[in-house]
Design a protein around this ligand. Sequence first.
Ligand code: FES
Length: 158
Amino acid sequence: MPDLAKIHDIVKVYEKTPTPLIYILKDVQKEFGALTEPVLSEVARITQMPLSEIYGVATFYSLFTTQPKGKHVVRCCNNAPCHVRNSKEVLQKIKEYLQLEIGGTTADGLFTLEFTSCLGLCAVAPVMMVDNEVYGNLTPEKAVAILKDYKLKGSSNA
Ligand code: FES
C-alpha cells in the first residue's frame, strides 16, 4: 500500500501556485508510478477539488497514466518511416518475446509495451525507446537482444 501521506507534502509545495493541479499530478505520478484510484481520491480529498475533475485531467494528458507501468517502458515507433523499414516485424518479435500486446505489462512487472509517435530519428529507423534510451537500426533479433539485456540487469538487481 503506497504511503498516501506523501501526497499532502506534494500539494503543500504548490499551495501558492495559481493552477497547481498539473504540477501536483506530475509529482504524485513520479512518487507513486501511476495515478491510481486511491491516489486520485487522496488528491481530491486534500485539494478539496471534485474527483471527477481530477480524473478528467489525469486521463486527458498522455503524460499521465492511471495504470501502474512496468519497471521499463518499451516504446515502439509506428510512424510511416519506421513502418516502411520493418517496424511491424520488430514489434511482432517484441510482442512474442514479452508475450504482450500494446498497453500491456509483463507479469513480473519488468516491462510495459507502448507505441510512440516519431522520435525524430527516422534516419536510423526502425526505432524503439526503452525508458530514456533510444535504439535504432533495429532488426527483430537486435530488439530482443536489447530486451534480454534489460531482463538480465533486472534479475541481477532483484
Ligand atoms: S518514424 Fe520512427 S523515428 Fe521517425
